[in-house]
Write a protein that binds this ligand. Structure first.
Ligand code: DQA
Length: 154
């Protein structure tokens, strides 16, 4: 078993409609539920000796409150902003104010979809972006943020 560190948790934040995963357009988003993705991230983080706080909201303001909370209570943020990724200057600003690494994640590949999904307001303030691997995108994001956290700690 991986040794537990005293490092603060990774915040994994999920935006609107992601609570419907498993039932929502499964041909695009897959059949894995958000609860199953949470388990996957917790298990993967554990292999790095890290923990996860996993949340979902349909409300932009609540997501912003959590990003602000992450300033002192997390070591990094993984965010799937859902449709807010394409629209929200407020999420952009909140992430920009964070000193920790940010990884943007999407289940689908927005660049292979409608034009209005081709631009993300979050990407410019993310260290990196992982898209298109379904639920596995989150696992890859855990690996990515773990190496960023270890890099900044070392
Ligand atoms: C999504 C992609 C967004 O364009 C969409 O609005 C979502 C899900 C994804 O994970 O693929 O809600 O963020």
């Amino acid at each position: 078993m991986a040794k537990k560190s005293k490092t603060l948790p990774i915040y994994v934040l999920n935006g609107p409609n992601l609570n419907l995963l498993g039932r929502r357009e499964p041909d695009i988003y897959g059949r894995t539920t958000l609860a199953e993705i949470e388990q996957m991230t917790v298990q993967r983080a554990d292999t790095h000796g890290l923990s996860v706080v996993f949340r979902q909201s349909n409300h932009e303001g609540e997501l912003i409150d959590w990003i602000q909370e992450a300033r002192t209570k997390s070591t990094g943020v993984i965010i799937n902003g859902g449709a807010y990724s394409h629209t929200s200057l407020a999420l952009h600003d909140a992430l920009r104010a964070l000193d920790h690494p940010v990884v943007e994640v999407h289940l689908s590949n927005p660049f292979a979809r409608e034009d209005f999904r081709h631009h993300s307001r979050l990407s410019p303030v993310a260290k990196g972006v992982i898209v298109g691997f379904g639920a596995q995108s989150y696992v890859l994001a855990i690996d990515a943020i773990a190496s960023l956290i270890k890099g900044s700690a070392g």
